[in-house]
Design a protein around this ligand. Structure first.
Ligand SMILES: *Cc1c(COP(=O)(O)O)cnc(C)c1O
Length: 442
């Protein structure tokens, strides 16, 4: 590997003022690529340079200079079995040798058929019809299209809007931005582009239950569905609500005759302590979306799963009643093979017990953060630990975390951990210890 050392070119386009010694040993591809790569959620001019990463293993990220960071994020909550699990990598390698891709237009392959069958068996109730896509946002878009077309197919006109909730996050595409929290989704900036949706408060208490009930009574005939992240609103701030909220939503959806959609893109596959968050409420939605941990964090894949009631509205002799959606790479065999291997691991290895152990360790080891100045709240659910601050200097915090040998990526006023379920006790202690130390020294 060739590395730039003393004579690092520091072009203006990296926008990076301070060049640390570490950065000076960044590989050529890093400096060269920074001129052309556009990174997510980053002010390219002022954001610290991304860390050059060379490899991943278990719950560690290996940087190009050889340093290893304990990963507290699991690559945006996806790598639930840790990185490079041999059972997944070998399943993908086998699939690569036979058929890396074939379209689902007029064809069906074993990895997709098997995955749909397995998801239908795992999900509660009659959620048993699986539509594959390649990202969480698109899975939510498909859920919304499904809901709108459900009403059209059943002969009901005008139900085209969704009720979603403050603090929610459902994706970055235009359709899904409109159902995100108005501030997080930057509705104002994109006014005129985004469809207007109805953003309400979660029905947490008498007042908010009554408000939602009134809203649904007044506008039921324009509402196609209610969309919510069950138990944990993730990207909106790691906000928790209890199972009763979901039971109220089911009751209100039934009372006003609308559909209930659970976005389990984040919560699905064990993250909150059960395989799916909806199980904790004993509530079965009409449509459910999955993505992030579906392939164990290895390949892009998502699924929108419909209940029998929803699918039946599309089962017709009228070609116009077919679901009009079909991403080019939907049901990619490599991704489906990875997802099937990931489900094997959930069946074979004690993942949910590991989540329970992580929950206990996070609860104990993040508790001391409560007493630190500037800490507003500490909360833990399943393998999710969040420390909420009153204010935050994210770039400074990030640098301190890297110095402490961990990868933690705060957002908003939240410092959080969503580690791999396979993380060892010592590595998890390193993460919680780093959070305590970094927050103490603010
Ligand atoms: C991440 C996320 C999405 C969007 O998924 P992408 O794969 O990033 O498009 C949607 N809903 C929830 C709840 C998410 O956490």
């Amino acid at each position: 590997m060739s590395r730039r050392t003393a004579t690092l070119r520091r072009p203006h386009w990296t926008g990076l003022a301070a060049v640390t010694e570490r950065e000076q040993s960044a590989p050529d591809w890093h400096a060269d690529g920074l001129a052309h790569v556009w990174l997510p959620y980053a002010q390219m001019k002022t954001a610290p340079a991304p860390l050059p990463v060379a490899a991943t293993r278990g719950s560690r990220i290996v940087l190009a200079d050889g340093r290893e960071l304990v990963d507290g994020v699991a690559s945006w909550w996806t790598a639930c079995h840790g990185y490079n699990h041999p059972h997944i990598t070998s399943a993908v390698a086998r699939q690569l040798a036979t058929m890396p891709h074939v379209m689902l237009g007029g064809l069906l392959h074993e990895p997709a058929a098997l995955l749909a069958t397995r998801l239908a068996a795992l999900l509660p109730g009659d959620l048993d019809r699986v539509f594959f896509t390649d990202s969480g946002s698109v899975a939510v878009e498909v859920a919304m299209k499904m809901a709108v077309q459900y009403w059209i197919n059943t002969g009901v006109c005008g139900r085209k809007r969704f009720v979603a909730f403050r603090g929610g996050y459902h994706g970055d595409t235009t359709g899904t931005m409109a159902v995100c929290d108005p501030n997080e989704g930057m509705h104002r900036l994109f006014h005129g582009l985004l469809p207007e949706q109805i953003i309400a408060d979660l029905p947490r208490d008498e007042e908010t239950v009554a408000a939602l009930d009134r809203l649904l009574a007044e506008r039921a005939d324009e509402i196609a569905g209610i969309l919510v992240e069950p138990l944990v609103q993730g990207a909106g701030g790691m906000l928790f609500h209890d199972a009763a909220v979901l039971q109220r939503l089911r009751a209100l959806a039934d009372k006003h005759g609308t559909l209930l959609i659970f976005d389990e893109v984040f919560t699905g596959f064990g993250r909150t302590g059960t395989m799916f968050a909806c199980e904790q409420a004993g509530v079965v939605p009409d449509i459910l979306t999955l993505s992030k941990a579906l392939t164990g964090g290895t390949m892009p894949l998502a699924a929108t799963v419909a209940s029998k009631r929803v699918f039946e509205a599309f089962w017709s002799d009228d070609p116009m009643h077919a679901l009009m959606h079909g991403p080019t790479f939907m049901g990619n065999p490599l991704a489906c093979a990875a997802a099937n291997a990931s489900l094997d691991l959930f069946a074979r290895e004690p993942r949910l017990a590991q989540v329970a152990a992580i929950e206990a360790q996070l609860t104990e080891q993040l508790a001391p953060c409560r007493d630190l100045p500037g800490v507003v709240d500490v909360r833990v659910r399943g393998a999710i630990g969040a420390v909420e601050l009153d204010a935050i200097d994210i770039p400074a915090l990030k640098a301190h975390f890297v110095e402490a040998g961990v990868y933690v990526r705060p957002f908003g006023r939240i410092v959080y951990l969503t580690p791999a379920f396979t993380i060892g006790e010592a590595d998890l202690a390193r993460l919680t210890g780093a959070i305590f130390r970094v927050l103490s020294s603010r």
